[in-house]
Design a protein around this ligand. Sequence first.
Ligand code: HEC
Ligand code: HEC
Length: 274
Amino acid sequence: MKNLVSVVALSLVAAALPAQDSAPGSALYKQQCVSCHGERLEGRSGPPLTGGDFQSRWPAAELTAKIRNTMPLDAPGKLTAAQAADLAAYIRQNNASAPAGASAAPASVAAGNLNQLMRGVMFPNSNIIFTVQSHDPAEKKKAGDSVTADGGFNWSQWGTDLYSGWEIVDYAAIALADTAPLLLTPGRRCQNGKLVPVDDPDWIRFTKELEEVGRAAYRASQTRNQEKVSDLSGDVADACAHCHQVFRDRFRRGGRGAGGGALSGAGDLRCTKN
Ligand code: HEC
Ligand code: HEC
């Protein structure tokens, strides 16, 4: 029985290509990166660091800089240049030993993962619409208004004078409606490396809901009526929450105690339903 188990285990290991340990970055990787990127660089809450998709995005020099400037995600900027270079070498070594073109995924056409798209587009634009609940976009800006005294409607200091408060609300609504279909771009990955589930009927339905609420927010904004936009902001929040409840806010029962009662957020479960 014992023999059988180890034969099975061996073949699994062979199929999964164990990470090579000879590169100098190996120990550092185990210490600082393994928790998010996995023992075999296969990805956990962070994306996999192998595959054609990964390699095409990170040529050697850029890979070292990416690691040094932004990793580990929870404490960036602490690695020395030499450590970052060792880690990049370790990652490259493990990519070199992987069969070429082994990635089953379509080549990604997206610059960012889903989390980055959310933070770059959905988050700021919905916040502009939410701000209408507490600030009147028609309010006249005072001369000398600073970044913090602008009534909440600015991207940066120079932007404050370019468009009126109401126009900015228009553009935020349009951004939500017209970028919603980007959630259906095939090949985009979630932060944990899973492909965005663009074929899932629920995913498509929630994307449609976001697009429609963006259009409704634009129509409301065009009335130049603060009350109307405020009323709609609840629908915007709901459209975000409906998808998040199913695909983002995934929890796993903690193993502590007999009941295993504690729930903890599990980034590696995001973007799937099971
Ligand atoms: C707390 C979790 C976490 C830790 C620890 C961490 N990473 Fe990451 N890593 C991420 C996430 C999330 C991303 C995707 C977002 C991004 O690229 O900034 C990422 C992206 C990357 C990428 C780019 C991947 C791609 O497909 O674009 C590389 C390379 C990388 N990490 C290397 C490392 C190395 C080397 C370490 C150890 C020094 C490390 N990471 C530690 C979470 C982590
Ligand atoms: C069709 C599904 C869907 C819709 C609609 C959606 N999201 Fe998301 N959102 C996700 C998923 C899934 C993630 C996690 C992505 C990842 O881990 O790469 C996410 C992540 C985020 C994050 C990053 C969370 C973090 O950890 O920092 C923010 C912010 C966010 N969404 C805001 C919004 C807002 C605001 C809206 C509505 C205007 C919205 N989302 C609509 C699916 C959706």
